[in-house]
Design a protein around this ligand. Structure first.
Ligand code: HPA
Ligand code: ZN
Length: 337
């Protein structure tokens, strides 16, 4: 194993951009379909895998929502979340801030309480079981209406002490952040953290809207910010973290080749970029695989890899004391490598 790969494996990491429904591996999809009697258009694992070829975000989302249909019971959501935690524990991930898409479930008749109960049961056990702490972020589907989002917000009220933040995902083009200004205002008043997908496929103006209208604390993806120097300067000045997802960007053709990925450029520009897996079951790799392939493709240095791992904790919603504990551990591990 190369020295850099050994370092990547050994470093404590935080994952800040992960859709739990996107961690549904083909094996588990087939298992849940069978145990719940859900019809899926695939007979074999090979057929499922063959469907995981995407040319853009919408292509992926169509399969992602179809895959979700096998998630029916609290046990399904628990098992899905637990399997994700077990996998990232093996990657030395120590903290996760994970998304879930309640509307992807309530829209097909699954009550709001079903996914969140199963997810929280797995997350609440994770510290004792895997040494992993968590924050839970509820995403709104941006292709749905503001009214739909407010309905979901109402359903979430009894759970707000267990929901740390809100996010915005799904089809970006044609659904600018400004559509959700009032939902973000309500969540801000309730004391929640605010993140939003912006600048994955959408233009820099969507990132400006996420900053100005939604007043977000962190940017999910943000790649296209690099097209606008003033925007880069603003993100840097505000010290905002970008949750970047290299293998997702490759799968969804946000970049044509991983060698063209802007991760290194983001760091050189002084942006707080992190590496995350987004929807690892669909995009070909969990945390360490994202680190490894990116490091190799764009030539990350040892120092840059350490910086990215540190950015994961400083960009998290952990307390300063908790962040400091993880940063000290990174320094300890790095000095041994
Ligand atoms: N972008 C937008 N919506 C999503 C994604 C993504 O990468 N993953 C799951 N929903
Ligand atoms: Zn995402």
């Amino acid at each position: 194993m190369s020295n850099l790969n050994a370092l990547i494996e050994a470093l404590p990491k935080a994952e800040l951009h992960l859709h739990l429904e996107g961690s549904l591996e083909p094996e588990q999809l087939m298992e849940f379909a069978a145990r719940n009697g859900v019809d899926i258009p695939f007979k074999t694992l090979e057929e499922v895998r063959a469907a995981y070829e995407f040319s853009n975000l919408q292509d992926f989302l169509d399969i992602y929502y179809q895959g979700m249909s096998v998630l029916q019971t609290e046990a399904d959501f628990h098992d899905l979340t637990d399997a994700y935690l077990q996998r990232v524990a093996a990657d030395n991930v120590r903290h996760v801030e994970v998304f879930f898409d309640p509307q992807g479930h309530t829209d097909r008749g699954i009550p709001f309480d079903v996914p969140i109960k199963g997810i929280l049961r797995a997350l609440d056990a994770a510290e004792a079981k895997y040494g992993i702490t968590y924050r839970l972020i509820m995403c709104f589907l941006r292709h749905l209406s503001e009214e739909d989002a407010f309905e979901t917000w109402e359903q979430a009220q009894p759970w707000l002490s267990k929901i740390h933040g809100i996010g915005l995902d799904s089809s970006e083009n044609g659904h600018p952040p400004s559509k959700f200004t009032r939902i973000y205002e309500a969540a801000r008043k309730a004391g929640l953290k605010l993140v939003a997908h912006a600048g994955e496929e959408g233009p820099p103006s969507y990132v400006y809207e996420a900053l100005d209208d939604l007043k977000i604390d962190r940017i999910d993806h943000g790649n296209r910010s690099l097209e606008d120097d003033a925007l880069v300067a603003r993100i840097k000045e505000a010290g905002l973290t970008l949750t970047v997802c290299p293998l997702s960007n490759l799968s969804l053709c946000v970049v044509d080749d991983l060698k063209d990925h802007p991760m290194k450029r983001m760091l050189e520009l002084g942006l707080k970029a992190t590496i995350n897996s987004d929807d690892p079951a669909y995009f070909g790799g969990y945390m360490n695989e994202n680190y490894r392939q990116t490091a190799e493709a764009v030539g990350l240095t040892r120092e840059e890899i350490i910086t990215i791992a540190k950015n994961g904790f400083t960009g998290s919603f952990l307390s300063p004391e908790e962040q400091a504990r993880h940063l000290a551990e990174i320094d300890r591990i790095a000095s041994a490598h």
